[in-house]
Design a binder for this molecule. Structure first.
Ligand code: NAD
Length: 510
């Protein structure tokens, strides 16, 4: 039976047309209106906290506490930051002084228009609220496609959106691939897609047909290098937390650990000790660890686990009925193992022994650029080596996941893990803002600009040259700066000696 909260396919085009018409009315540009809608967004969450907790429990088996920490408070903080600050971000920006100063060059911060936001299943609130707050603050109309894998959460959003937000400018669309495909046929002014790389390619192809700008927030495998000289207990705590929160279904969760062979034993001991502290009664009881969203995801993960050639040293239990996967540690995993073939997206942590850190870096560099890369070490030279010799969306030392909520840091992928950065504050505003260049040229500027008109003459050419032909330091001054200075010193000395000589010979007057 089709979920009653699904949007009928033939409604999709009407929604798009209606959002376009409302955007053109200019209502969304009013600052007071934007502020009010942002407040409404916050109250949509605050007033219905328990209902969202209950929905997350039904959809993903998440405990109330975990849902509040991972989704609700983070979202409220992001809305609050944008609410408090966006007004100053909307002000036109002056540019550096130039010969065009008389034309008052400015960058106007304009809304892109009607934007489409795709939300994945793993963080259905945070990954909706954070971009939507940015889109509202920037003055856009927005259509949000929620995940069909979460019937309780998505139908709650369908119910609450029109009660809290202006439905003429902000709407939720729920549905499966057919609805998504219909949405992608339409010409949006920006698409922000968060989800898998597989669907990301479909989105990029559809957007290209209309030359729609896109931001892709994708996934992939996030490597974690562990230096065995570090405090292994702290490292184990942070890594196990990142791997097991939301049942490992976090785009920036540590996906696998690369550790020099001689450190593997001690690190596994620290992980086992931490596991007992985190879950003294195990994880089978509902509410201790989240579940996977559907059987399809469960079967995929189970296949990866069944095919591993590594040794399971902790966990390994699964239950298809309840879509449960226990926190699992697999040791002696090789580079070509099933667990290394794709993003795991479950609470399974493969430990991959390496000969040294160079081998770890080489392995990472031979694959897609990850969304996040982690290194646990107290050795600043090793940290710098990893930071400087790899590429990834973010790179974090001695911590996991917390780069996302850290204010001021853009969050996004690189290459196969996506492009563009948002999540915190101004970055969420910027991706939905068109930086529009403006000039207002006064007539008196003809004095400076007349040389551009024909007929051209030597006098005009000289004028243009003096105004706009920049001078550069000597061509070898960058690669051979000492040589350049030496030449200057030799030239000055030669000049000085020549002047002295000329004076002595009375060739020049005193
Ligand atoms: P998904 O790609 O299956 O779905 C995401 C969205 O795309 C959903 O709204 C879905 O309805 C829609 N969709 C699915 N199939 C489609 C199709 N054929 N055509 C058009 N639209 C389609 O992703 P998911 O399983 O919900 O989420 C998990 C993935 O998202 C993981 O890879 C994870 O790493 C990634 N992710 C990335 C970030 C990030 O910020 N970079 C955050 C969360 C999740």
């Amino acid at each position: 039976m089709v979920d009653p909260s699904y949007t009928p396919i033939d409604e999709v085009q009407k929604i798009h047309a209606s959002l376009q018409a409302s955007f053109k009315s200019g209502k969304a540009r009013d600052i007071k209106y934007r502020k009010h809608q942002l407040l409404q967004l916050a109250y949509l969450l605050k007033d219905n906290k328990d209902r969202f907790n209950e929905a997350a429990k039904q959809d993903l088996g998440r405990s109330y506490a975990e849902n509040e920490i991972l989704e609700l408070y983070v979202s409220l903080e992001q809305i609050k930051y944008i609410f408090d600050n966006f007004e100053k971000w909307t002000k036109p920006e002056s540019v550096e002084l130039s010969i065009y100063f008389g034309a008052r060059p400015r960058i106007r911060k304009e809304p892109k228009g009607v934007v489409l936001i795709f939300v994945p299943f793993n963080y259905p609130i945070m990954l909706l609220m954070s971009p939507l707050a940015g889109a509202i603050a920037a003055g856009n109309a927005a259509c949000v496609k929620v995940s069909e894998l979460l019937p309780a959460t998505s139908s709650l959003l369908v119910e609450l959106f029109p009660k809290y937000l202006d439905p003429s400018l902000y709407c939720v669309v729920n549905g499966d691939v057919a609805v998504s495909t219909k949405l992608l046929e339409l010409p949006w002014d920006h698409i922000l897609y968060t989800g898998s790389g597989r669907v990301g390619k479909i989105v990029a192809e559809a957007a290209a047909k209309h030359l729609t700008p896109i931001t892709l927030e994708l996934g992939g495998k996030c490597p974690t290098i562990v230096d065995p000289r570090v405090n292994l207990k702290v490292a184990a705590k942070r890594i196990l937390w990142g791997r097991t929160s939301n049942a490992g279904q976090t785009c920036v969760a540590p996906d696998y650990v690369l550790i020099p062979k001689d450190g593997e034993e001690d690190f596994i001991a620290a992980l086992k000790e931490t596991y007992l502290e985190f879950y003294p009664k195990g994880t089978k009881e509902p509410g201790t660890i989240a579940r996977l969203p559907n059987r399809g995801n469960f079967d995929r993960v189970k296949r990866l686990l069944d095919d591993t050639k590594g040794t399971v040293v902790l966990g390994g239990d699964t239950d298809r009925e309840t879509k449960y996967v226990a926190p699992t540690i697999v040791r002696d995993v090789r580079f070509d193992d099933s667990l290394m073939s794709e993003e795991i997206f479950a609470p399974i942590l493969p430990i991959v022994p390496v000969n040294d850190f160079d081998e770890a870096i080489e392995f990472i560099n031979a694959r897609d650029h990850p969304l996040a890369l982690y290194i646990f070490t107290d050795d600043s030279k090793l940290k710098e080596k990893v930071f400087s010799n790899t590429r990834s969306g973010s790179c974090v030392c001695n911590e996991v996941v917390l780069q996302i909520p850290t204010p001021g840091l853009p969050f996004g992928g690189f290459g196969a893990s996506g492009n563009g950065g948002y999540h915190t504050g101004k970055y969420s505003f910027d991706i939905f803002t068109h930086q529009r260049s403006t000039l207002t040229m006064p007539n008196w500027m003809e004095i400076a600009l007349a040389a551009r008109y024909p007929p051209f003459s030597d006098k005009k050419s000289r004028m243009v040259e003096s105004l706009s032909s920049p001078s550069f330091p000597p061509r070898d001054s960058v690669l051979n700066p000492r040589g350049w200075w030496r030449k200057w010193v030799v030239a000055c000395l030669t000049l000085g000696v020549s002047l002295l000589w000329a004076q002595r010979r009375k060739l020049i007057a005193h």
